[in-house]
Design a protein around this ligand. Structure first.
Ligand SMILES: C[S@@+](CC[C@H](N)C(=O)[O-])C[C@H]1O[C@@H](n2cnc3c(N)ncnc32)[C@H](O)[C@@H]1O
Ligand code: SF4
Length: 371
């Protein structure tokens, strides 16, 4: 039993590392800049929280994801110490890195531990990097990929952002071509979102809202280009070179499985409860397993709603049996009639246009709460 009173058999562990060299204009994740002197204390705090709450984990943990923020800010030694102290994952341990942090020692530390690495490229265009207020350069991305591959990292994912104000279709084609040259095993291609409260939303939010039609075209370009290059489009924003390179940890979110989250701002979902750690670094360091967390009850109905919303992101779709209690069958019939959804062997799948209009489709598929 965990410290929260949670009893569980949780197979997925997320560990949040909030440190960043610079705050990118579009990002609203829980991050802090500076605080280099607190990196060691933060890793210690994570391990205190793991000791307090890790009892909820299964004997065999399937996936571990060290995300951020920027885990690679910790450097080879500290990051290695952290990964060594976490449960050994049966399927995948992923570590998010920023290209400018990757040196030979970090690459070797990750490769030696068999880690999958997720690296943020975003775009290779200097003016568009400027719009994003992103400091990483394309040269740093290429150098990081070479170092990671040279050290023997066997599964490498690159992140791309598209729909950046000012981005033309040929800019996007160039980004996709450059990504292809770097030969990753996996690509996450995210449509840029104007997150409330970010500098990006203030400066470019209106422009982003005006380019909805362009975004649809960009969505098609991304899928067509990456499929033609041999990637499987297995989730709205995710492309893998063969199923062994799919992101297993993220897949657990799309399947609405339980997960334990450690670290400042981290979220956990176990059974009928969701717990969100407080966002303040100082409070977390003072009391890593403490009372700053918010708790929210997750009803079986809400879990099924989430199963539908998240599962329909996947090409494999959602079995109707998994969402029986929340499914509006008349709404489903309407989507099937207009070719946006299919139902085969008791599984609902969204066609490409349906996945582009995911939230509208899910609204159509969800039965009223009173039903
Ligand atoms: C929060 S970052 C953490 C990893 C690392 N620090 C980085 O910057 O690559 C994870 C990914 O989220 C995506 N992301 C963050 N904010 C976004 C936004 N507003 N719209 C779309 N994607 C976003 C980026 O592609 C980024 O690579
Ligand atoms: S995008 Fe990555 S590097 Fe930039 S602020 Fe967010 S977490 Fe930090």
């Amino acid at each position: 039993m965990g410290h929260d009173g949670w009893v569980g058999d949780v197979k997925h562990l997320y560990v949040h590392v909030p440190f960043c060299a610079h705050r990118c204009g579009y990002c609203d994740f829980v991050t802090v800049t500076g605080h280099g002197e607190r990196h060691g204390a933060y890793v210690d705090a994570l391990l205190v929280e793991l000791a307090a709450r890790g009892g909820v984990l299964a004997d065999v943990v399937e996936t571990v994801y060290v995300g951020g923020g920027t885990p690679s800010r910790l450097g080879a030694e500290l990051l290695g110490r952290l990964v060594d102290a976490l449960p050994v994952a049966a399927d995948e341990t992923t570590v998010e890195c920023n290209p400018e942090d990757v040196d030979a020692a970090l690459a070797e530390a990750l490769a030696r531990r068999g880690c999958r690495v997720s690296l943020g490229a975003q775009t290779f265009s200097a003016p568009l990097l400027g719009t994003l207020e992103r400091r990483t350069t394309p040269l740093q991305v290429a150098s990081a990929v070479a170092l990671l591959r040279g050290a023997g990292v066997a599964s490498l994912s690159l992140d791309l952002i598209y729909g950046i104000p000012g981005q033309r279709e040929d800019d996007l084609q160039r980004d996709l071509a450059r990504l292809g040259e770097l030969a990753p095993d996996h690509i996450s291609a995210y449509e840029l979102e104007a997150k409330p409260g970010t500098r990006f939303a203030v400066h470019h939010g209106q422009r982003l809202a005006e380019q909805a039609e362009l975004l649809e075209r960009h969505f098609d370009v991304v899928i067509d280009t990456l499929e033609a290059a041999g990637f499987d489009w297995y989730e709205i924003a995710s492309f893998a070179r063969g199923s062994s390179h799919q992101g297993r940890h993220n897949r657990s979110y799309w399947l609405a499985e339980d997960y334990l989250g450690l670290g400042v701002g981290a979220v956990s979902t176990v059974g009928c409860e969701r717990r969100t750690n407080g966002p303040r670094l100082a409070a977390y360091l003072a009391d890593p397993a403490g009372a700053s967390a918010q708790r929210e009850e997750i009803s079986p109905r809400l879990r099924q709603q989430e199963r539908l919303l998240l599962g329909l992101r996947l090409a494999e779709g959602v079995p109707t049996a998994a969402v029986d209690g929340v499914l509006d069958r008349a709404g489903l019939a309407r989507l099937v009639a207009i070719g946006i959804a299919t139902v085969d062997d008791g599984t609902i799948r969204l066609a490409r246009r349906g996945r582009m209009l995911l939230h509208d489709c899910v609204a159509e598929l969800l039965a009223d709460d009173a039903a």
